[in-house]
Design a protein around this ligand. Sequence first.
Ligand code: RIB
Ligand code: CA
Length: 330
Amino acid sequence: MQRPSPTKVILDTDPGVDDALAILLALASPELEVVGVTTVCGNVPVGQATKNLFRVLNLVKTPPGLLVGQGAARPLEEDLVTAVQVHGSDGLGELDSVLTAEGALRYPHVRLPPVLSTAQDVWSECVRRYPDEVTLITLGPLTNVALGLKVNPLTIQKFRSVIVMGGAIGVPGNIAPAAEFNMYVDPHAAHRVFQASLPLTLVPLDVTTRVGVTRERLTTWAAESCDPLGRITTDMTRKAFEFAETVEGHGLFYFHDPLAVLAAADSSLLKVEPFHVAVETDGRVSRGMTVADRRLRRPEEKTSPNMHVAVDVDVDRALSLLRNRLCPWS
Ligand code: RIB
Ligand code: CA
């Protein structure tokens, strides 16, 4: 039976360690054709995110003609809050400290091209080339999407699907008690995006925190892998494990962004349900909180859904795919 043609995707990302693994995973997934990658401020300032993106792309073979662009440098209204405490000051787990036996950088920096496209230009070109075919996968705050709705609405409306890693529906937040990081950083952008009637699927902490590994388990995956990707994965995640072990205490690295990529590669991994979800933009303690209307009501009495929310995940299959693609055996 002929394999279906790959799904064309754009990754909008704030690398970030789990973003980096999501990018590598997407490039290693035969179900996906990565046609564009764009950066947004989030885990690190957007300039650092772009440097990190090029550094990650330099580690693997990238598709010819891959479009890369830089997006928003600050949230719509809030000051930028980063997550360097989790991802390291460079955003990639302090990669400069990883040296070869000769003392050189194992992961060299990459010079950026003299002229950088904007995220909006990349999105417009991808949609021009592949109208109604492209899935946008957002792995950071939704600032670029919100700006696109304002300055580039015809492009945004031509996305076939929008998969958003973010939010926390029935579980605590991470950056704040009530808020997940991507929603917290730019709640005003998330509010605009959630109101825009886009074909949106939310991949929240409710499912991403079910797909995690201990340092020991990831080290075993890498040790049994014969592919350089295995070593990259362990070298990049050391700092994140330190945070998970010493601050959070559970010691788990969560594959937040990689799960959003897997959702595009194999939608059967997630169980999704329609909900109306709102984002708190004004709350002193609840900024970025994502509130789904889960009240038991007759359908005609419910707030009409504005997205599908992932409520369950096939954990074993997701972990198996992550292992096979990030720490391949053959
Ligand atoms: O809350 C997890 C999300 O915030 C992930 O996308 C991670 O990279 C950070 O951006
Ligand atoms: Ca991210």
